[in-house]
Design a protein. Structure first.
Length: 204
């Protein structure tokens, strides 16, 4: 009950008036921090889609909007707009084997590698795929950077380092990670080049 009262007080402070001056006084560091602290609290368990924490976060936000005098606009008259989401649970059934000039090796999951599926197919595998190391896996003309050059990676698996180059402050915003350093970019770049897949270097 005490928690509910405090949340109601925060909402009332933020939404009681709508003129510019009053709104400016109501929107304070403490008021904003109160909402963020609740939504970021461990009790919401990360707010993963479809979880109890997600439901609590959505309910909280809906009540805040209602307190501000807004009206629900979803097709069924509720605050929640249905969004179809597909969840994929990957199970590794075989070990990873690699062979090269120096010999061969086999690695078992999950101790030495992990794998996730990129689509909802019943199964996925790399059979006799060539592994190619491509540094950071970045092509950024504006940074005068190209990890691929003329290398044709079609049908191959890319071994990519995490992040983006951080040793030169004049490039890639120094130690600030740009989109080039994120895995979503690296997977997109692999797909643009018709690679079979991409994997991360364990030491990057």
């Amino acid at each position: 009950m005490r928690t509910s009262f405090l949340l109601m007080a925060v909402a009332a402070t933020a939404c009681a008036t709508f003129d510019t001056d009053s709104a400016g006084r109501a929107i304070t560091k403490d008021a904003l921090e109160a909402h963020v602290r609740f939504l970021a609290d461990d009790l919401l368990e990360g707010r993963g889609p479809g979880t109890r924490g997600d439901a609590l976060a959505r309910l909280y936000i809906a009540r805040q909007m209602q307190e501000c005098g807004l009206r629900p606009a979803a097709g069924d008259g509720s605050w929640m707009q249905p969004v179809p989401i597909l969840g994929i649970t990957s199970t590794v059934t075989k070990s990873l084997s690699a062979a090269g000039k120096g010999g061969s090796a086999s690695f078992a999951a999950p101790d030495f590698f992990t794998a996730v599926a990129g689509n909802a197919a019943a199964g996925a595998e790399w059979r006799a795929a060539e592994l190619v190391f491509v540094g950071y896996g970045i092509t950024a003309p504006e940074q005068q950077w190209d990890d691929f050059g003329s290398t044709d990676v079609k049908g191959k698996v890319l071994l990519v380092m995490n992040n983006d180059p951080a040793d030169d402050p004049a490039r890639f915003a120094g130690k600030t990670r740009l989109y080039y350093g994120r895995w979503s970019y690296k997977y997109e770049e692999a797909a643009r080049r018709d690679a079979r897949g991409a994997t991360r270097s364990a030491r990057s």
